[in-house]
Ligand binder design. Structure first.
Ligand code: CA
Length: 378
């Protein structure tokens, strides 16, 4: 894949992805070697090759590796009976074409972020991240135990897809700014690269939300086309070098507090798997989820240390006044989307109920502990 394509695909996680160009040609369905007949009693004796299309550049740190691990896990656990071949964005289909490819059966499964499909159904956003939404542990609670999976199955089922949580970036950062943010006034006229519902929040604070793919951000900062940008977190941000152009690094990422990734399996393919193999797929997704949370924590810590010691970048927290306004504006923006139709409202109501139940616990546990530890170890 050409570098231009790599960068466009790298836009994926943070763009909301409608700007990502179509990267590849039509899939060649002949290369799928689906040897088993669904329900065949000899299924365990047959070898099967499945195609996993992703929204990530090949072996992309974090996201691309997550899909590779998932495929390796299934291969090992089935002792090679099921071989999953992973395709980077653009190899079979473009970064944002993976959903349609799996929906129609042109590919067997995708690894991507559900908020890219908000144009198909607004409810999809809630299964990745919404402003002032759940953290990585909270969304795992909702999907696995709080009714989220059943709602998700129903939503994706409309498109002939069975979805699973299969990765999480953990908490993202608020972004890189050329100037200090001291008050709400500093958002007035601010041109910030910020996708989706987060972009709407920036607009309501008086700024201008700009949509750019990952590969376009650095140059836009350099030319002055934008004054600020969000991307992911220290690990992925450092790789792009934003600190050189916009040295004020603010958190928290109010817009993506734990972006969940998804494995979407074509429903016919899913139903053709034996119960044994279905459990292996589910375990592979849980493993990907677990490892990615650990990996992002580990790598973000390392990158922050490098930013601090080698580049004198010390992250800051948005002022209280700004966070307060961002919080209230986020709630209003998400409510408008959440209440936009009956299907989305059912998902939104369940999401909100879970978030507000879990936060009563996480605020007095994780929240209080982290604040206390920070104060004690200053
Ligand atoms: Ca992001």
């Amino acid at each position: 894949m050409k570098r231009r394509h790599l960068l466009a695909a790298a836009a994926a996680l943070a763009t909301g992805a409608t700007t990502v160009s179509v990267l590849g040609g039509k899939p060649d369905t002949k290369t799928t070697q689906t040897i088993n007949t669904p329900g065949s009693p000899n299924i365990s004796k047959n070898r099967r090759q499945l195609r996993l299309v992703t929204s990530w550049p090949k072996d992309f740190p974090g996201l691309g590796i997550m899909a590779n691990r998932l495929a390796d896990f299934v291969g090992t656990m089935t002792e090679g009976r099921i071989e999953i071949k992973v395709y980077a964005a653009g190899e079979l289909v473009g970064a944002t074409e993976v959903f349609d490819a799996v929906s129609t059966g042109a590919a067997d499964m995708y690894h991507s972020a559900e908020y890219y499909w908000q144009g198909k159904a607004k409810g999809f956003s809630f299964f990745t991240a919404v402003p002032m939404g759940m953290t990585a542990t909270e969304i795992a609670g909702w999907v696995n135990f709080g009714g989220g999976q059943a709602l998700w199955d129903k939503l994706s089922g409309r498109f002939n897809i069975k979805p699973f949580q299969a990765g999480n970036t953990g908490h993202q950062m608020g972004g890189w700014f050329k100037k200090e943010i001291n008050s709400l006034e500093d958002f007035k006229g601010l041109k910030m690269r910020m996708p989706g519902m987060g972009g709407e929040v920036v607009r309501r604070l008086g700024g201008a939300a700009v949509r750019l793919s990952g590969g376009e951000i650095y140059q836009a900062l350099q030319s002055g086309a934008i004054d600020a940008t969000e991307w992911v977190g220290p690990w992925n941000d450092y790789a792009f070098g934003f600190y050189r152009e916009a040295p004020y690094y603010y958190g928290p990422g109010f817009h993506e507090s734990g972006a969940a990734l998804c494995l979407g399996v074509n429903l016919d393919v899913w139903n053709s798997l034996s119960p044994h193999d279905q459990v292996i797929f589910e375990a592979a997704c849980r493993t990907a989820n677990d490892l990615s949370v650990g990996e992002y924590t580990h790598e973000n810590g390392k990158a922050l240390e490098i930013l601090k010691t080698e580049h004198n970048i010390v992250p800051r927290t948005f002022p209280d006044e700004v966070l307060d306004k961002i919080g209230r504006t986020s709630e209003a923006v998400v409510a408008e989307i959440g209440n936009s139709n009956a299907e989305t409202q059912t998902i939104y109501d369940s999401y909100l109920k879970a978030r507000d139940s879990y936060r009563r616990w996480t605020e007095i546990s994780d929240g209080a502990y982290i604040a206390a530890r920070a104060a004690a170890l200053k």
